[in-house]
Design a protein around this ligand. Structure first.
Ligand SMILES: NC(=O)C1=CN([C@@H]2O[C@H](COP(=O)(O)OP(=O)(O)OC[C@H]3O[C@@H](n4cnc5c(N)ncnc54)[C@H](OP(=O)(O)O)[C@@H]3O)[C@@H](O)[C@H]2O)C=CC1
Ligand SMILES: O=C(O)C1=N[C@H](C(=O)O)C[C@H](O)C1
Length: 251
C-alpha cells in the first residue's frame, strides 16, 4: 500500500474538528499528524509534515489560516463558513503565486446537501417563486448558513441564466427581518433550535403547486464521507475550488 496522506486539522477540539479527527483516524489511507486549536501556530503543520490541512474553525479566522497554510506549502480543505467574493478573490490571487497548490472551500460536505443544492438550481428556472429556509443548532455563530448562501447564489444564477425576473413579493409593510435576509435577490430564513444539527428546505412555488427539496443532517458523521473525499482529491485539483459539487463529477 502507498504511504498515507498526512493531514493536519485546525479547530481540532471543535464539534466538526473532533469528528473529522475521528474519521481520519479510522481511514487506513489517511494519517492525522497535527491537531491545532485557537492558540496554536499554523506553521506547525509544516513542521509536522502535513500534506493537507482541514480547517473547521471560525469565520473570523479561516481566511488568515488559509493564507498561512498556502505559505506553509500544504493543500487546504476548508469547511468553515463566512467566505465572500472578496476573501475568495484574495485566496485566488495568493494561489496564482503557488502553482500546484489546491484549496477547496465547501460550505457543506454532506453529499445529500450538495445534491439538494444541485437539484434546487436545476428546478429554479421552472418556478416563479423560491425561498430558502435553513434550520440549525443554536450554538452556530453565523446566519444565514454558508449552505443557504451557496444555495441561494446557485438558484439566483439559474434564474438569471433563464431570464427570469425578481421573485414576486407584494410586501409593503413589515417588522424588520420578517421576510428574512436577501442573498442575490433570494429570501433566506434562519431558524435556531436546540435539538437540531443542520437542515435546509428549498421551497419552490408556481400557481397551484409547490416543490419542497429538504435535506437533514441528523449527526456530524454525515459530513465525513465528503470531507475524506476532499482530503484525497485536493492535491489533484490545483487552484481554488468553491463547493464540493466540483469534486463529485455530477455532470
Ligand atoms: N462545510 C461543512 O460541511 C460544515 C461546516 N461547518 C462550519 O464549520 C465551522 C466550525 O463549526 P463547529 O465545529 O460547529 O464550531 P466549533 O465552535 O465547535 O469549533 C470551532 C473550533 O475552532 C477553534 N478555533 C477558533 N479559532 C481558531 C484558530 N484561529 N485556529 C484554530 N482553531 C481555532 C475553536 O477553539 P476555541 O473554542 O478555543 O475558540 C473551536 O475549537 C463553522 O463555520 C461551521 O459553520 C460546520 C458543519 C459542517
Ligand atoms: O454550523 C454548522 O453546524 C453548519 N455549518 C455549515 C453552514 O453554515 O452551512 C454547514 C452545515 O449547515 C452545518
Amino acid at each position: 500500500m502507498s504511504q498515507p496522506i498526512s493531514v493536519a486539522v485546525l479547530g481540532a477540539s471543535g464539534r466538526m474538528g473532533a469528528t473529522t479527527v475521528q474519521a481520519l483516524e479510522a481511514a487506513p489511507d489517511l494519517e492525522v499528524v497535527a491537531r491545532l486549536d485557537a492558540r496554536d501556530d499554523v506553521a506547525e503543520v509544516a513542521t509536522a509534515g502535513a500534506q493537507v490541512a482541514v480547517d473547521f474553525t471560525v469565520p473570523g479566522a479561516t481566511e488568515a489560516n488559509v493564507h498561512a497554510l498556502i505559505d506553509a506549502g500544504v493543500h487546504v480543505v476548508v469547511g468553515t463558513t463566512g467566505w465572500d467574493e472578496g476573501s475568495l478573490g484574495r485566496v485566488r490571487e495568493h494561489l496564482a503565486e503557488a502553482p500546484g497548490r489546491g484549496v477547496l472551500v465547501a460550505p457543506n460536505f454532506a453529499l445529500g446537501a450538495v445534491l439538494a443544492m444541485r437539484f434546487a438550481a436545476q428546478a429554479a428556472r421552472w418556478f416563479e417563486s423560491v425561498e430558502v429556509v435553513e434550520l440549525h443548532h443554536p450554538d452556530k455563530a453565523d446566519a444565514p448558513s454558508g449552505t443557504a448562501r451557496h444555495t441561494a447564489a446557485g438558484i439566483a444564477a439559474a434564474r438569471r441564466d433563464a431570464g427570469l425576473g425578481p421573485v414576486p413579493d407584494a410586501t409593503s409593510q413589515q417588522l424588520d427581518g420578517a421576510r428574512g435576509a436577501e442573498v442575490d435577490g433570494i429570501r433566506v430564513h434562519a431558524v435556531r433550535l436546540r435539538g437540531l444539527v443542520a437542515h435546509e428546505e428549498i421551497l419552490l412555488g408556481n400557481a397551484g403547486e409547490q416543490l419542497t427539496i429538504r435535506h437533514d443532517s441528523f449527526d456530524r458523521t454525515s459530513f465525513m464521507p465528503g470531507v475524506l473525499h476532499a482530503v484525497r482529491e485536493v492535491g489533484r485539483r490545483p487552484g481554488l475550488t468553491v463547493g464540493l459539487e466540483h469534486y463529485l463529477d455530477l455532470g
